[in-house]
Design a protein around this ligand. Structure first.
Ligand code: GLT
Ligand code: MN
Ligand code: MN
Length: 386
């Protein structure tokens, strides 16, 4: 019943189930899996697609012949399993060259190299069928603001995206770009730290219609924000091009936990939102198994991400069909139409009528809302007793 199917559009990055468990304090604990091996593993688990950074697939110093062989082996695995590649991205953070950023590095050589690397990676993604291109600027930030002016950084980032939008058009790739914000880590502060700031920035680009966002649960939670609200704002702006699902304790380091592992209620609201509005894009899990996991447990991690999504989807349907919940909601939102003469689109008539109307402010201020009752019903629904 909670078995993932292709129509659920579940995807994982090569770097997620392939995570070897290195952290700042410890060496890897799991053997690396080959990209074709990961494709087969994901297919066995019921995922629809696989995403990658250029260097998850092709090592940064591979020769052209090695690249071609690697890509051919990967394509064969895709053909054998039916998995698709909906999204691709560039690794602009691992190599020492990006120690002070990529598109926002103070060094123009690094900025130019980042453009070259991204164009090559866009070529690779397009060759494998990707239609969404993610930009996560993990190194685009500072530890000290003494050395870099955020206006310069913003200008360089804008120039880079404008350049790459033109490249996208020239090549006929038809990518949609999805910018992924994160407040910090690995930099002390990363530029454009939240979904809201990314949306503001996109409006300043030459091709704003080509560019949207890739919000990640953990990244907004690191900033202490309500993820579903951020996603709703992106959706409202027509900018929800992709989404990174995972979980995270608030206020901690970047944990990338299994979807729903930590904040079930937030995960519920998110799934309910995506399903209610009919979001049709990938449900991408950008998470990895605990460092304590072995390969069997990595599979349990990936299954868990998808299973929790499907369980929450069912819970959302249950919420929408629950008579008691829906009756409460109807009372909460009751509208007898008497205010229609004042609300909505501006007109001089409405201004005159509204200014002449007298409100019983004291009575209005006495009206409570049964959110305690409603929330408890939701809790009981989530705990499985409704
Ligand atoms: C990295 C990061 C993620 C980004 C990936 C795409 S790489 O794992 O933590 O949030 O989505 O670059
Ligand atoms: Mn992510
Ligand atoms: Mn993350």
């Amino acid at each position: 019943m909670y078995d993932p199917k292709p129509e659920h559009k579940f995807t994982f990055g090569l770097w997620t189930v392939g995570n070897i468990g290195r952290d700042p304090f410890g060496e890897p604990v799991r053997a690396p899996l080959s990209p074709p091996g990961i494709v087969h593993l994901l297919a066995e688990l019921g995922a629809w697609g696989v995403n990658f950074h250029d260097n998850d697939l092709v090592p940064i110093d591979a020769t052209p012949a090695e690249r071609d062989r690697i890509v051919a082996d990967f394509k064969k695995a895709l053909d054998d399993t039916g998995l698709v590649v909906p999204m691709a991205t560039t690794n602009l953070f691992t190599d020492p060259v990006f120690r002070d950023g990529a598109f926002t590095s103070n060094d123009p050589k690094v900025r130019a190299y980042a453009l070259q690397k991204t164009m090559n990676a866009m070529d690779l993604g397009a060759e494998l069928g990707a239609k969404i291109y993610v930009f996560w600027g993990g190194r685009e930030g500072t530890e000290t603001d003494a050395g870099k002016n955020p206006l310069d950084a913003g200008k360089w980032f804008r120039e880079a995206l404008n350049f790459l939008c033109e490249y996208n058009i020239d090549q006929g790739y038809d990518y949609k770009f999805a910018l992924e914000p994160k407040p910090n880590e690995p930099r002390g502060d990363i530029y454009l730290p939240t979904v809201g700031s990314m949306l503001g920035f996109i409006a300043t680009l030459d091709h704003p219609r080509m560019v949207g966002v890739n919000p990640e649960v953990a990244h907004e939670h690191m900033a202490g924000l309500n993820f579903m609200h951020a996603v709703a704002q992106a959706w409202d702006a027509g900018k929800l091009f992709h989404i990174d699902l995972n979980d995270q304790k608030f206020g901690r380091y970047d944990q990338d936990f299994r979807f729903g592992a930590e904040s079930i209620k937030s995960a519920f609201y998110l799934v309910k939102f995506l399903e209610d509005v009919g979001y049709a894009g990938s449900r991408h899990f950008d998470a990895h198994a605990y460092r304590s996991a072995d390969l069997e447990d990595v599979k349990a991690f990936a299954r868990g991400c998808m299973r929790t999504y499907l369980i929450l989807k069912e819970k959302a349907e249950q919420f929408n069909a629950d008579i008691e919940i829906q009756n409460l909601l109807a009372d909460i939102k009751a509208n007898d139409g008497s205010m229609d003469q004042f609300l909505g689109v501006y007109s001089k008539e409405k201004v005159t009528a509204l200014k002449a109307h007298s409100f019983d402010r004291a009575a209005m201020g006495q009206r409570g809302q049964p959110y305690e009752q409603l929330d408890q019903l939701l809790i009981e629904l989530l705990l499985g007793i409704r």
